[in-house]
Structure formats: structure tokens, C-alpha cells
Design a protein around this ligand. Structure first.
Ligand SMILES: NC(=O)c1ccc[n+]([C@@H]2O[C@H](COP(=O)([O-])OP(=O)(O)OC[C@H]3O[C@@H](n4cnc5c(N)ncnc54)[C@H](OP(=O)(O)O)[C@@H]3O)[C@@H](O)[C@H]2O)c1
Ligand SMILES: [Zn+2]
Ligand SMILES: [Zn+2]
Length: 351
């Protein structure tokens, strides 16, 4: 039987979110049904609601930093039982057969992964709806375990903000002795500081906002560089093995290239689209430097991150909100006024 579920949806790119009832699929043998406890608010939700990337369709129920409790499991489910605390991130399916999928890199599935919202299920073609809702149904293959003891609201942002930083940190083998910089202190950025520090790196924050120094140090930064200050930028010339740039809108990335060491890499994770002004190849050629991109992380890698966070007691710094306050939260996010992730208490849906 399909499930009637209450959520919050945008009906068009111009609308604010409002209550919306919709059907979730009847659970399949490999599905778990999850009652959603918390859902993080990612800047991607805002991009998608406003159709910034041109691939949104409506009604759109955002939310891909989902933490919940399993309420039932299909007959083929082996890893979960009712009562377990679980997480669901940005993907709910992939082809499971291509090379990237076989390597646990479902986010790079050659057939395209199925997004948690604003996608279509690959079996029944129903639209997918995200975590700003009461319940979700997903294949156990795309569900991860939340380690005991992790605060549930604080763990929610690990499912997107956390894994989006963890995956490049691990891919570029950050550890003791690495020098890493994170650009932008928001949801992704603050997880980047915490995780890079926990991996043993020396960590720098690039920010355009004076006044974030104290928080940045508490979150794990050894150094803070105001990216609008040329002298401060010049002082870190040739410093970094890896810079991870989380800035959500088009911006000039050229000033970051001289801050890389020989063989260093600038990884863009925030902005999706064409760069302006042009990208100069001179520092790339003369310093064998790379500009790369990265999208979220695979399911095994997400479990690895949650386990790491369980062992190190790492969670996101969150402001818990009611679903009714989502529009105000989006407005504050646009002003970079978030410390450092909004997370929705989904019990507020019933109030
Ligand atoms: N690649 C992926 O897999 C992936 C996954 C999740 C999210 N994303 C994308 O990553 C970006 C960041 O997401 P987030 O949730 O971390 O966003 P966020 O919480 O809003 O943080 C973004 C930070 O970027 C800085 N910034 C610089 N210029 C800005 C501008 N013009 N407007 C707003 N902020 C600006 C700000 O930091 P300072 O004040 O310190 O400068 C701000 O706090 C979004 O575009 C999101 O869609 C990508
Ligand atoms: Zn996200
Ligand atoms: Zn695949």
C-alpha cells in the first residue's frame, strides 16, 4: 500500500514552502520505512527551490540531510530493524552495475544517481520527495547507520555537508602534515574545518566575512585569511596542498591558485556553473596545479564518515528550527547568517 505523507513543498520557483500531502511508494522487499526525526537545511535546497540550476520540477519537497528511526523493513532487508537510527543523504539509488557503482562511488554513477528529491525513481518513475516530511521509503543499500551516542540533530548535516567535505579530504589523502584551506564558513565550510582538523591537517579558513575568526578557531582553524585582503592572501602564497572552495555563487577563483603548493589542488564543491572572470592557466602550468570538482560521496564512504564522527564525537553546530520557520531560515542563509547549519525538528510538522 502506498503511504500518504505530509511534507513541505514549493509549488514553483517563486513560492515559499507550504504544507503538502503526497504519496510515497508501497515498500519493496529491500526497502526500509523511516520516520524522519531531523532534516538539515542545505544551501542546495535553496538553489533547488529557486531553480537556480534549471533542473527543478514542482511540487518540490527539499531535504537530503535526513536522520530518522526505522519503523518497518521489507522481507529482504538484512542490515536494519525497527527502532534503528539511520541516515539518508542526497542519493536514494543508482544503476548499481557500472564501474563507479561497483567501486562504491554511486555519486558518479554513469547512468546518473537518483536524487533524494527532484528525481524520478528508476523503477516506477514516481517523483522523489525529500526529507522535509514525516516519512521516507528507501532501499537499504542507500541507508546508513547512525552510531550510538551521536546527537541526532547534530548528525543530520553529516549526510550532505559532512560527506561533501569528507570525500575530497580522503580522496586527496589529507592527514598529518597536510596543509588544507577551506573557503567559506557556512554549513559545508564548518564541517570542513572540523574534519580536516580531526584528520590531523593544519587548517586555514578563507572567509570574506570579518568577525568569524573566533568561531573559526573553535571549529578547528589554525589560521584565518580574509580573502578580500590582498596582503593576507599574499602571505599564504605557495602554502596549501588542498583548497576546498564551498562558495555557492559565481566568484573569482584566480586569487586562490597562487596559494597552492607545487602539485596542489583547488577543489570546487560549492558553485555549479561557468566561472567568471576567466580562469588563468598560468599558475596551473607553472606550478603543476589542478582545479578539480567533487560531488557528495559514496554510501560506504558516508558510513565511514559517520563511524569516524562517532569515534571522534564530531557533529555539526546546529540551530534547530521548526518547519514553519523554513522561509526565515532561507533568508538568513542568503545573508550567510547561519551558525552553522539549520536543522528542522520534524515533530514540528504536527504542530
Ligand atoms: N558538491 C557537492 O556535492 C555539494 C554538496 C552540498 C552543497 N553543495 C553546494 O555548496 C554550496 C555551499 O553550501 P552550504 O550549505 O555550505 O552554504 P552556506 O551554509 O550558505 O555557506 C556558504 C558560505 O560561502 C560563503 N560565501 C561567499 N560568497 C557568498 C555569497 N555570494 N553568498 C553566500 N555565501 C557566500 C559564506 O562564507 P564566508 O562568510 O565565510 O565567506 C557562506 O557562509 C552551495 O552552493 C551548495 O549547493 C555542493
Ligand atoms: Zn546538500
Ligand atoms: Zn552506476
Amino acid at each position: 500500500m502506498t503511504m500518504n505523507v505530509l511534507g513541505y513543498a514549493a509549488q514553483s520557483a517563486k513560492d515559499t514552502l507550504a504544507p503538502f500531502r503526497f504519496e510515497r511508494r508501497a515498500p519493496r522487499p529491500d526497502d526500509v520505512v523511516v520516520e524522519i526525526v531531523n532534516c538539515g537545511v542545505c544551501h542546495s535546497d535553496l538553489h533547488m527551490v529557486r531553480d537556480d540550476w534549471g533542473w527543478s520540477f514542482y511540487p518540490l519537497v527539499p531535504g537530503h540531510e535526513i536522520i530518522g528511526r526505522v519503523i518497518s523493513t521489507g522481507t529482504d532487508v538484512t542490515r536494519f530493524k525497527p527502532g534503528d537510527h539511520v541516515g539518508i543523504g542526497c542519493m536514494v539509488d543508482s544503476c548499481r552495475q557500472c564501474d563507479p557503482c561497483k567501486q562504491g562511488l554511486e555519486q558518479y554513477c554513469e547512468a546518473g544517481h537518483t536524487l533524494t528529491y527532484a528525481s524520478h525513481d528508476r523503477h516506477d518513475q514516481r517523483p522523489t520527495y525529500g526529507g522535509y516530511s514525516e516519512k521516507i521509503v528507501a532501499s537499504e543499500k542507500f541507508v546508513v547507520k547512525v552510531p550510538d551516542g551521536l546527537d541526532l540533530a547534530g548528525a543530520a548535516p553529516l549526510l550532505c555537508a559532512g560527506i561533501t567535505m569528507w570525500s575530497p579530504l580522503r580522496h586527496w589523502q589529507v592527514g598529518k602534515g597536510s596543509k588544507v584551506a577551506i573557503t567559506g564558513l557556512g554549513g559545508l565550510g564548518h564541517m570542513g574545518l572540523k574534519l580536516a582538523r580531526a584528520l590531523g591537517a593544519e587548517v586555514t579558513l578563507f572567509t570574506r566575512s570579518p568577525g568569524k575568526e573566533q568561531d573559526a578557531r573553535r571549529l578547528g582553524a589554525d589560521h584565518i585569511v580574509l580573502s578580500t585582503d590582498e596582503a593576507q592572501m599574499a602571505a599564504v602564497k605557495g602554502r596549501f596542498d588542498l583548497v576546498i572552495d564551498t562558495v555557492p555563487y559565481v566568484h573569482d577563483v584566480n586569487p586562490y591558485l597562487p596559494t597552492l603548493k607545487l602539485n596542489g589542488t583547488l577543489v570546487l564543491v560549492g558553485y555549479v556553473g561557468g566561472l567568471e572572470p576567466f580562469l588563468s592557466t598560468i599558475p596551473l602550468i607553472l606550478g603543476r596545479k589542478s582545479v578539480a570538482g567533487s560531488v557528495i560521496g559514496g554510501i560506504a564512504e558516508t558510513q565511514e564518515l559517520l563511524d569516524f564522527c562517532g569515534q571522534h564525537g564530531i557533529i555539526s553546530d546546529v540551530e534547530v528550527i521548526k518547519i514553519q520557520d523554513i522561509d526565515a531560515a532561507y533568508q538568513r542563509m542568503l545573508k550567510s547568517d547561519v551558525k552553522y547549519r539549520f536543522v528542522i525538528d520534524m515533530s514540528s510538522l504536527k504542530s
